[in-house]
Design a protein. Structure first.
Length: 227
């Protein structure tokens, strides 16, 4: 069962014309916002990011903006002020913390949709929750682990957390959603290729592990102090 430990840490975010998902992590008593790099492409340090609250985009100030130098679709933003409650959530950095076929959950805002529960979440919308299993993973040289989950993703989940939940309700963030693998198929009319194509969702969710995020947060020490 997914609890408010991660629900209240997950936000619908926007930058320029791009919308997606972000979530907070606390590292050494400082809070950071995590998302996929492509969601905030072009965001500069000491600027602001849109976060949905009470049905409108609220401006949230950020400090440092870090992108993975390894090419992983990861971004870490130093918050100027604490954004979420500091619920206990474990963030791990390697595959020893999860295994093939393990059940996972991923959270986000597909097409900007959300659960209307602002009255119990300080005005912030509550994300959708989907589930799947760890299907495969491999190492990136000098970077974060790339892995695939068997689940049905949609646009808008990018940047959201991929988590496991223990029998004792320990929420562990194992990665960040980058997107999903798709196939392009030809559009046929009476068996004749029209020259058009459509994209079909393969059901493979693409994610990156949290290792680089943890390393950067520990080195930066620039997030918002957790009160």
């Amino acid at each position: 069962m997914i609890s408010n430990k991660i629900l209240q840490r997950t936000f619908c975010i926007a930058h320029n014309e791009s919308t997606g998902t972000g979530f907070t992590i606390d590292v050494e008593s400082r809070q950071y916002l995590v998302t996929a790099r492509h969601v905030i492409d072009g965001l500069t340090p000491e600027s602001s990011l849109g976060v949905m609250r009470n049905g409108a985009w609220q401006s949230v100030d950020v400090g440092d903006v870090w992108h993975s130098p390894s090419g992983a679709d990861l971004a870490l933003l130093s918050l100027k002020n604490q954004l979420s409650p500091s619920h206990e959530v474990l963030v791990v950095g390697d595959s020893a913390s999860y295994f093939l076929s393990q059940q996972i959950y991923f959270l986000g805002f597909p097409y900007g949709l959300h659960t209307e529960a602002a009255q119990i979440n300080d005005g912030y919308p509550v994300p959708f929750v989907k589930t799947g299993i760890v299907a495969s993973f491999s190492s990136l040289s000098g970077g974060s682990q790339l892995f695939y989950c068997d689940g049905h993703n949609n646009p808008g989940f990018s940047g959201g957390p991929i988590v496991t939940v223990s029998p004792r309700q320990q929420v562990t963030v194992i990665g960040v959603i980058s997107g999903y693998r798709f196939n392009e198929e030809p559009v046929l009319l009476n068996g004749v290729d029209t020259g058009l194509n459509y994209r079909s969702n393969t059901g493979l969710v693409i994610g990156y592990g949290s290792k680089e995020l943890l390393m950067q947060a520990r080195a930066a020490k620039s997030g918002a102090p957790v009160g």
